[in-house]
Design a protein around this ligand. Structure first.
Ligand code: NAI
Length: 493
């Protein structure tokens, strides 16, 4: 069979080429090339943040023409779409984290990284105040932290500033949320949810507690019917049916999951068909959805809701996850205060179509902290990051050429001549539990909606493809295989 022999040769040949390429990628990953040193003749770009927007800028920025400094209280990039999977151990935490130093070490010129939070900006003198966060575990709720010691406050100069600091959890000032609820924004939130969940289940397994207390402990509540709340509820359901039912047979059937949403339906940004599909899947999975219900207060063992008819009721819970969206970070408000005439929207930094902060000079903003007319999505931030890095690369070469000729070149003004940023939607995907996902995809000028098992496999492959590095994709794929064969780990930590 000569044809079969030919196919065999092609397969072996491709495997050899593929294997060699993979080997080379891994070698380069572990052995990065020498880097160019800091150059005092080049302009310095300071990038604030290590989220989707800022990390994409760093990844795509050509450091030939700039010195780059990154400032962030978190020294890693977090692949947030898979964070709900970490709360129940479908995926290990480190599989979706990528060190920013790893990324920086592969740039052509040395990139400086400071694990710090930018707390102020003096736009006139182009100076930032950054506060060291190397020994602090609390990276998010700034107003609850004790004042920073003077030796931990550092000043930093910039020529150009890229603000990609994302948002912080929005509690809408609801009493008790910060004290008693778990958020789902950072990796430490996922860890906390897992600890609280296992604590609640272990506490419920004692014989000497009342049945009422057992039911309270086993009532898991999710507040917010956006994609975050839906995906978390779906993952929790899987953990319950796949794992808790095996290892806690007398308790699992008593676990209840309730999702509370203030609006008339969940997932308001999705197509009506997908909303119905999600609601019917949740109903099959015995997840209760309370719509038209607004959480008014969270106590340590119960929460108060306002129902559709205006009445109030108090519901006991064992774990409460708060997923009601985001608001502006404190540094965003500091920047806004410098331009009170134009920065009039409290939700973030108003930017023009070239992502320049309105009213400011030499400051760009992108991602969730920028109000650019697009939804606060990872996809938007990532496309903005690519767009900005490419523009800075083009203009950086011109600026270097001009500087060799002794001329100044204003990149901030020159970017105006470039094609403005335009978001191209790749669609929305969300996991809804029991191996089902929903997708809202723009195809051939139409929106195609899909839900079910096939969409779940599409969801998996899309996320594998989007992960930031080969290492992350390998780890996530192996976590999925590990879960398939061995189930999820139920240890508390
Ligand atoms: P969200 O803003 O989309 O949803 C929050 C929900 O909480 C809203 O529906 C709101 O009505 C509800 N809510 C607010 N306060 C409440 C209260 N006191 N009681 C009851 N319900 C209350 O927030 P989410 O899910 O965190 O998403 C943030 C952004 O990230 C969105 O733009 C979302 O589209 C995007 N995202 C997209 C994902 C995807 O496409 N797979 C995954 C995660 C986030």
């Amino acid at each position: 069979f000569p044809r079969l022999r030919k196919i065999k040769r092609v397969i072996i040949g491709s495997a050899l080429v593929g294997g060699t390429y993979l080997g080379w990628l891994m070698y380069r990953n572990r052995n990065p090339a020498e880097q160019l040193p800091y150059d005092p003749n080049k302009k310095t770009i300071v990038i604030l943040g290590t989220g989707w927007g800022s990390t994409t800028v760093l990844k795509n920025l050509d450091t030939e023409n700039y010195n780059v400094v990154v400032v962030s209280p978190r020294n890693y990039f977090l692949f947030t779409p898979l964070l709900p999977s970490c709360t129940v151990g479908t995926i290990e935490n480190r599989s979706i984290m990528e060190s920013v130093r790893q990324l920086a070490r592969h740039k052509q010129r040395t990139v400086t990284f400071y694990e710090a939070e930018c707390t102020n900006i003096d736009a006139d003198s182009k100076e930032l105040t950054i506060e060291r966060r190397t020994h602090s575990d609390d990276l998010q709720v700034s107003n609850e932290r004790p004042p920073t010691a003077p030796e931990d406050i550092v000043k930093l100069k910039y020529d150009y500033l890229v603000v990609g600091v994302g948002g912080t959890v929005n509690t809408f000032g609801t009493p008790g949320v910060e004290e008693h609820a778990c958020f789902l924004k950072e990796m430490r939130d996922a860890r906390k949810i897992r600890r609280r969940l296992m604590d609640a289940v272990e506490s419920a397994s004692f014989d000497d507690i009342s049945e009422e207390e057992r039911d309270r402990l086993l009532h898991m509540v999710v507040v917010g019917g956006g994609p975050t709340g839906i995906e978390y509820a779906g993952e929790l359901h899987d953990f319950l049916t796949d794992d808790l039912s095996q290892w806690y047979p007398s308790l699992a059937h008593r676990v209840r999951i309730t999702l509370v949403e203030a609006l008339p339906n969940v997932l308001p940004a999705f197509d009506k068909k997908l909303i119905d599909y999600t609601q019917s899947t949740f109903s099959e999975n015995k997840i209760t959805i309370l719509t038209h219900t607004m959480v008014k207060e969270v106590k340590d063992k119960s929460f108060v809701v306002q129902n559709a008819d205006g009445s109030r009721s108090e519901i006991p819970y064992g774990l409460l996850v708060w997923a009601t969206g985001i608001k502006a970070q404190p540094i965003v408000n500091r920047i806004r205060e410098q331009y009170p005439q134009v920065q009039t929207n409290g939700r973030g930094l108003l930017v023009d179509e070239h992502l320049r902060v309105k009213g400011a000079k030499d400051i760009w903003a992108l991602g969730d902290c920028a109000l650019s007319g697009y939804a606060p999505l990872a996809q938007v931030a990532s496309q903005q990051g690519k767009w900005l890095a490419r523009r800075l690369n083009n203009l950086g070469s011109v600026a270097s050429q001009q500087s060799r000729e002794g001329k100044e070149f204003d990149i901030f003004a020159a970017i105006e001549e470039e094609k403005p940023f335009k978001y191209s939607s790749q669609g929305s995907l969300a996991y809804i539990g029991s191996e089902k996902a929903i997708a809202d995809l723009p195809l051939f000028n139409r929106n195609i909606t899909a839900g079910g098992l096939a969409t779940f496999w599409f969801w998996k492959s899309a996320y594998l493809n989007e992960l930031f590095s080969l290492r992350n994709s390998t780890l996530v794929a192996s976590d999925w295989i590990k879960r398939f064969f061995f189930g999820r780990d139920i240890s508390r930590e």
